[in-house]
Design a binder for this molecule. Structure first.
Ligand code: ZN
Length: 474
């Protein structure tokens, strides 16, 4: 999964900051590194790891062979041997707790007929590399791999261990991937910080505008409404009709916008976005930060209509997505149900929220209850804006892209929810992607997928800069 928090294309960014010089001890030979990056990236794209069924073992074996050749200790860890994960580690002096770099090796399925270039051929064409996984997530896997190789070759002294994890099953089978690793093999990846997918760098009209750094994410919970009434003949309408009661309840929930609640990440997000947006849009971002309820409400209304992702970032959101009831036109059914996709703010109290929803439904004929469990993803800690890791990322964004870094909260969930639940501060990063590419059908999970080749190389330099500044010995 790759969800990007992004503003609309209407945002024209004007900020240009001075370049600081990179602070790495020794700079790699980037021309050679680009050739090698392409070789590994294409090799990974050519391994068919579509999930289902996964077969991530193919990618794990490949990665392990590269580590073995380089003399970097690596091992496969697996609940299901066809779906192995691979973990590798470079040892530091232990002054600080480790840094974990993660990427998932599975990709979503493809409809081969929709691809101009075959989905597992890694074709280069007009500055792009095409293939399933090009931006989700074999780019991050490759960046992590190259960073490990560089740290080893340049023999960089480290204040902390740097751990690489390529996990399987991110696209819907976390049980064999991050779920297994965090519950059964956690000592192998225990770290202070982690880097993973979930952020990104946005290009508009070919120019990089800003980078989003994912600091935390919402937590999915299903809630269902069960309306119960008396069954009867359709020719005799009844006041207890379960469909009528359910429809009323769904309509009340649809009109309800739960209270706005900001956290340090979303507050910084809207502040920083406002600073680089034109005044007519910036006023709405500032509006949600206002202590005046009327101003906040007006800004919220505007976002809900024009930038719904931003509206979702303000609150625990509710979307009724499945409705079922009745089976014959002449029978009044005794039961009807609706399933709601609820994305909770990380600090939400689920029981309190459920109680509030019951008040909104306000109908004793309609039961309101959790469907059971979160969507397999636990909740976790928020990454800190004043951490060494965020400072390093912030600096690297300036140095490599010369744009601001904007901390974000994901409205969906990633594998970082598992590592955050174990207390690791995680940061979602990603290469620069044209925001026009998704709507054109070339994004993550689209009918085709591609990456700008030069941006893959720039992402390697970015990841290297981040890791060096978090982990090198001072
Ligand atoms: Zn992904």
């Amino acid at each position: 999964m790759r969800l990007r928090a992004l503003a609309t294309a209407s945002i024209l960014l004007t900020l240009a900051a001075p370049l600081a010089s990179a602070q790495s001890p020794r700079q790699p030979n980037w021309a050679d590194i680009e050739r090698e990056t392409l070789e590994h990236f294409q090799a990974l794209l050519r391994l068919d790891t579509r999930n289902p069924p996964g077969n991530e073992r193919r990618a794990a074996d490949y990665l392990k062979s590269v580590f073995d050749k380089e003399g970097i200790p690596a091992q496969l860890i697996a609940l299901d041997s066809n779906r192995a994960n691979v973990v590798a580690r470079l040892t530091g002096n232990g002054r600080k707790r480790p840094l974990l770099i993660m990427g998932h090796t599975d990709v979503v399925t493809v409809d081969t007929t929709k691809w101009a270039h075959p989905p597992f051929a890694a074709t280069r064409d007009s500055g792009y590399v095409y293939g399933r996984g090009a931006v989700d997530d074999k780019d991050n896997v490759t960046a992590g791999l190259m960073t490990m190789l560089l740290l080893k070759r340049l023999n960089v002294p480290l204040d902390r261990d740097v751990i690489f994890l390529a996990e399987s099953g991110e696209e819907g089978n976390t049980r064999v991937g991050i779920g297994y690793v965090t519950t059964q093999q956690f000592d192998k990846i225990d770290a202070e910080y982690c880097l993973a997918e979930g952020g990104g760098t946005n290009r508009v009209g070919g120019a990089v505008k800003y980078a989003t750094i994912q600091m935390l994410e919402k937590r999915g919970r299903g809630i269902e409404l069960i309306s119960r009434g008396i069954a009867g003949h359709g020719s005799v309408p009844l006041g207890s009709n379960a469909i009528v009661h359910l429809a009323g309840a769904v309509a009340r929930i649809g009109a309800w916008r739960p209270e706005i609640r900001l956290n340090p990440t979303t507050r910084a997000y809207f502040e920083r976005l406002a600073a680089i947006s034109p005044p007519e849009v910036a006023k709405h971002y500032r509006g949600v930060l206002s202590s005046n309820p009327a101003i906040r409400r007006a800004a919220d209304d505007w976002l809900y209509e024009h930038e719904p992702r931003h509206s979702s970032m303000l609150r625990t959101s509710v979307s009724p997505n499945v409705i079922a009831g009745g089976y014959r036109s002449n029978v009044i059914p005794s039961e009807a149900t609706a399933t709601l996709d609820v994305r909770m703010l990380p600090d939400e109290d689920p029981d309190r929220f459920l109680a509030e929803m019951k008040k909104v439904v306000n109908d004793p004929a309609v039961e309101v209850r959790f469907t059971g469990g979160a969507f397999g993803r636990p909740t976790g800690v928020e990454s800190k804006l004043d951490s060494d890791a965020f400072k390093a990322i912030d600096g690297a964004v300036r140095r490599v892209y010369d744009v601001p870094a904007i901390p974000t909260m994901g409205t969906g969930a990633t594998d970082m929810s598992f590592t955050r639940a174990k207390g690791i501060q995680c940061f979602g990063i990603g290469p620069a992607i044209d925001i026009e590419d998704g709507p054109r059908g070339f994004g993550a999970h689209s009918d085709q997928e591609r990456i700008v080749e030069s941006e893959l190389y720039r992402f390697i330099r970015f990841t290297w800069d981040v890791v060096i500044n978090i982990a090198r010995a001072r």
